[in-house]
Design a protein around this ligand. Structure first.
Ligand SMILES: Nc1nc2c(ncn2[C@@H]2O[C@H](COP(=O)(O)OP(=O)(O)OP(=O)(O)O)[C@@H](O)[C@H]2O)c(=O)[nH]1
Ligand SMILES: [Mg+2]
Length: 672
């Protein structure tokens, strides 16, 4: 069943971009043109199929990645529409981890925006071949060529238009297909009216010929026979050109660019053609594993809704059948597959089996988390997991009514299971429950879910910066754990050395104990104790990061030592060592991008400087100015209000974590 033929007629693709570029709008058109839906949903009316969550509809933004399956001229396309807002970036990461290709949507006015860039880099990391769709060409100020140039400048790619737009802004009505040198014109906004095929408008002919020459050159570079023909000036068959462009796209040699206006129903059918023509089938994706062999599937997302927990998986090899017992290779535990579903946004269609290349939902799994591997055997190789972005903001959460405490705990448990970029911890001093996340919007959405899904009304504290702590010097300690009350298993001795690591390295543990001074079976307990203690650092109670710990020496008693004793000893030793290792507080520093009318730029920059910001750059974008700066998150709370006041409501901003930096003032204040 999972022959190459089956795979060749399948595309697993994602739609990724900055907030508001038009991902969901484009996806809704795809649902319509493929016949999956008979009506076009509109994000402005809150009735799209993809943004089916009540909060998404109310806020007009995508919060969760949503999957669907459509068919286009005999090819099945599994499509994931992702959110653009940085707070929900884990949704993009986990989608890119399992997808074979992506459509990157650009706003025809704004071009490359911060989250476009972030998501582009993620797609690089996961080696996902891409098409670029320059959307919103109907908007005032839209400029296809400027967007293509921004792809080259800001993303450093070779952008290769497959089309040129016909008409601009309100007059945008079609595209020139550079391969066939035909015009496709949508005379009306009506989605039911297919494009009219026409001759290339004479005024566009020189530009189209020049762009076509670039396209042919790029294709010829991929194929010696084509290159020969091209050099001889012979006619190049369109099929051979497509095949060569497909090869180059999958290899990442260039990125094909298409033009359109999803909202005005222009340019979406050719985009679907391009997905089939240029993006890889599962077996062709860079780094694709062999589809033969035993079951191997990655759980990349899960939801716990009214239907019970649904785990979304991508099958890489083998078959997953209803009723199967499989293994979670990440935990070694068996799991039973009760049901399998093909996903159509919030609708599901039952399937008997999944094969290599499929992306689908599994119900019945008990103990499977995002990033776990499902396999035929317990000790099967584990697939590469999904990196979870850092949480930079905390809020304290408590039930308004004490009677809701249990429901709150349950609700929070579900939320962090569904979204591992939300984290729970206990404040070391106050004992309060802290929910941490990537930004205020993510936490706001989580709190609203507690109310709407779990019926818990919560009191939420003011958002606080999620600081971290680290050490700036090495230190060595010897610690003896011995409980006077006696009893067996109460003795452990160890010598620990800790040293700073570069920013972002997290924690590394190594063991150099020789000659069994500490029996081997206790070493994992030492590491566990260190990890446990690092969750709330001894300096100011924030997570301790960017350090290594080396277990140098120690001793044990045959009768009086235990794993627990070593775990406790390690935790104590770490606390002692940190205080001797010149500890420091780290604060998140945000990369801020403000798009402001030119007349407000002085005020905007002055305000950023007062917030301890460092301005990185200032560029014109049409009539607006784009200011980029690094600003400590601690100084960005309430920024939107100030920015509106400074710009008569016309400036906008986005921010995302840039890096952690030593916070000297905060170190002193927090340690006091
Ligand atoms: N003028 C114009 N507006 C568009 C076009 N495509 C989308 N929009 C509008 O842009 C806004 C955002 O569209 P969405 O489709 O929700 O954008 P998105 O990329 O899914 O946004 P997030 O999921 O929140 O990141 C909506 O008001 C759309 O109607 C277009 O081609 N032209
Ligand atoms: Mg969306």
């Amino acid at each position: 069943m999972n022959s190459n033929n089956t795979l060749r007629n399948l595309r697993n693709i994602g739609v990724i971009a900055h907030v508001d570029a038009g991902k969901t709008t484009t996806t809704e058109r795809i649902l319509f043109y493929t016949g999956e839906n008979h009506r076009i949903g509109d994000v402005n009316d809150g009735n799209t199929a993809m943004d089916f969550d009540p909060q998404e509809r109310a806020r007009g933004i995508t919060i969760h990645s949503a999957a669907t399956t459509v068919h286009w001229h005999g090819t099945q396309i599994n499509l994931i529409d992702t959110p653009g807002h940085i707070d929900f970036n884990l949704e993009v990461r986990r989608s890119l981890r399992v997808l074979d290709g992506a459509v990157v949507v650009f706003d025809g006015v704004a071009g490359v925006e911060p989250q476009t860039e972030t998501n582009w880099r993620l797609a690089d990391e996961y080696r996902v071949p891409r098409l670029a769709f320059v959307n919103k060409l109907d908007r005032t100020g839209a400029d296809f060529h400027r967007v293509v140039a921004s792809l080259e400048d800001r993303l450093g790619v070779r952008a290769l238009p497959l089309q040129l737009p016909i008409g601009a802004e309100a007059e945008f009505r079609g595209v020139v297909d550079l391969l066939t040198m035909q015009a496709l014109v949508w005379d009306r906004d009506d989605a039911k009216a297919p494009p009219r095929v026409a001759a290339v408008p004479p005024e566009l002919l020189p530009a189209a010929q020049a762009a076509r020459a670039r396209l042919l050159e790029a294709a010829a570079e991929q194929d010696d026979a084509l290159l020969d023909a091209w050099l001889r000036g012979a006619e190049l068959p369109v099929d051979a050109l497509r095949a060569a462009l497909r090869r180059g796209t999958i290899a990442g040699a260039f990125v094909p660019v298409l033009a359109g206006s999803a909202f005005r129903n222009r340019g979406v059918e050719p985009l679907l053609d391009a997905v089939v023509a240029y993006l890889p089938a599962p077996g062709e994706a860079p780094g694709a594993a062999a589809a033969e062999g035993p079951l191997s599937a990655l759980a990349f997302k899960l939801t716990a809704d009214d239907h019970g927990a649904m785990v979304f998986v991508r099958v890489y090899s083998g078959t997953l059948k209803r009723g199967d017992t499989v293994f979670n290779a990440s935990t070694g535990k068996p799991e039973r597959v009760a049901r399998l579903y093909e996903i159509h946004a919030d609708r599901r269609v039952e399937r008997d089996a999944l094969v290599a290349g499929d992306i689908a939902g599994v119900v019945g799994l008990k103990d499977v988390l995002t990033g776990h591997t499902l396999a035929a055997t317990k000790d099967a190789p584990v697939l590469e997991s999904i990196a979870v972005p850092a949480a930079v903001i905390d809020v304290a959460i408590e039930p308004r009514q004490q009677a809701d405490a249990a429901a709150l705990a349950k609700g929070l448990g579900v939320l962090v299971r569904e979204d591992p970029s939300l984290r729970l911890r206990q404040d070391a001093d106050s004992g309060q429950t802290l929910l941490s996340g990537m930004g205020e919007l993510q936490l706001e959405v989580a709190v609203e879910k507690l109310r709407s899904r779990f019926g818990v009304d919560v009191a939420v504290g003011r958002p606080q910066v999620a600081y971290r702590e680290t050490i700036t010097a090495p230190a060595e300690v010897r610690h003896v754990h011995r409980k006077q009350s006696g009893g067996p298993g109460q003795f452990a001795e160890l010598t620990l050395r800790i040293a700073p690591l570069p920013r972002g390295e997290g924690f590394r543990f190594s063991n150099t104990v020789v000659g069994g001074a500490i029996p081997r079976e206790f070493i994992p307990a030492v590491e566990a104790g260190l990890r446990q203690a690092a969750q709330a650092g001894p300096f100011v109670g924030h997570p301790l990061v960017d350090f290594e710990a080396v277990l140098l020496d120690g001793s044990a008693h045959v009768r009086d030592s235990s794993a627990l004793a070593f775990e406790l000893a390690a935790a104590h030793a770490l606390r002692e060592a940190v205080l001797k290792a010149a500890p420091a507080v780290l604060e998140p520093v945000m990369a801020v991008e403000v798009v402001t009318p030119a007349e407000s730029v002085g005020d905007v920059i002055g305000d950023l400087l007062r917030r301890r910001g460092q301005v990185q750059g200032q560029d014109a974008r049409g009539n607006a100015v784009v200011v980029t700066a690094h600003v400590p998150l601690a100084r960005m709370f309430g920024y939107i209000g100030q920015l509106r006041a400074l710009s008569s409501g016309r400036a906008q901003f986005t921010m995302q974590l840039s890096h952690y930096a030593e916070a000297l003032a905060a170190s002193a204040a927090l340690a006091a």
